[in-house]
Design a binder for this molecule. Sequence first.
Ligand code: NAD
Length: 436
Amino acid sequence: MNTYKYAKIPSKGEKIQIIDGELSVPNEPVIPFIEGDGIGPDIWNAAKRVIDAAVAKTYTGNKEIHWMEVLAGEKAKDITGQWLPEETPQIISDFIVAIKGPLTTPVGGGIRSLNVTLRQVLDLYACVRPVRYIPGVPSPVNHPEKLNIVIFRENTEDVYAGIEWESGSEEANYLIDIIREKFNKSIRTESGIGIKPISPFGTKRLIRKAIQYAIQNNRGSVTIVHKGNIMKFTEGAFKDWGYELALEEFRDQIITEAELWDETRADDGVTPITKPGAFADLRGGQPAGNPGGRIVVKDRIADSMFQQILTRSDEYDILCTPNLNGDYLSDAAAAQVGGLGIAPGGNIGDYIALFEATHGTAPKYAGQDKVNPGSLILSGVMMLEYLGWKDAADLIVHAMGETIQQKTVTYDLERQMEGATKVSTSGFAEAIVANM
Ligand code: NAD
């Protein structure tokens, strides 16, 4: 029975469920999608074409996704009068896994970003961004292939929690007075005030998810990125709580970097000893990972991390960050391997996951069948991996890599590549399908 006002449940397909704390994915799941605004429909159609073809090719009729459109953004406003109909987050929560194109952030009228609202309402606390090089993509660095990381950015806390007051406001002045009177700390008058909350709860569930991901995907290390040398009780605590969680819940599967140093250094404290499975060369370098199958948990100060993804790209695997630093780091890392046009992302909670293109709606290209659908296609790959349909995911990565190496690309890459053939959004999708 269709219980939703606008969305129509497909006549075929079943709900994904959570059984005994695990995702239970039927062979024919119903998956809600939000087409998105601006270039959204163009890239969504391309992504859907590629995802469906990969599933059909891989599972020869034994698996199929039944797509269910849900409304958000301009299309929702036109049809329902609301930017985000109440049923939309409800449906995503009911069906657990969903995918979306970019949404316009309405300007003025006190309407919040729809993306932020969806993340908060659904408590999607981890923003997950894999950053991996696809051979052939133009990159600003010499060895983009050395970077292969997944960033887990905390999505609900930090200075992004939206707790701030304008310069000169009653609230800001009140806080400035209170802080002076009660805590004897002076803040310049007329300052704007923002609050940076970071909690053990918010930190630990993020680090837990990152370590679980590292275990499931056989990754070598988890690095906690923070600015704890300056902000001790927020960023520094993020690091401390991260280690605490790792040791409490994953003792047998992890080794901290400090422990690894102790284990692998000889009595003189300098000479590294090579043990079976241990990282061979610790001199000057940092253990990259997986000695004896254990995940190395380490931490880096944020500014150093920005250098190290460039200079020691291959020593990092999974990075965990608070909200603000994660925002910067995700874009910097994406630029390193060829830009945001092909960077995928997912916002993930305990079970619910919403995968999305990481770029915006690029309104000037809307409806022109012109832009690069790579970001949304690779978000689809993340979604297939999340469903446990890894073979279909791998098929897309392989076919997309092949297409780019054949230099069949959309305008944004074509203008940076010599001898490339420019294709449309839909043409790029067809070329990928042809390469499967
Ligand atoms: P944008 O990402 O939409 O566009 C910036 C520029 O990047 C474009 O002009 C275009 O040259 C290029 N670009 C973006 N996507 C591309 C693609 N797939 N292929 C080729 N080139 C591409 O950023 P903006 O202009 O700052 O934002 C426009 C709107 O999108 C705003 O309303 C903003 O709020 C919204 N937005 C939404 C999301 C989201 O839904 N997750 C993210 C960012 C921005």
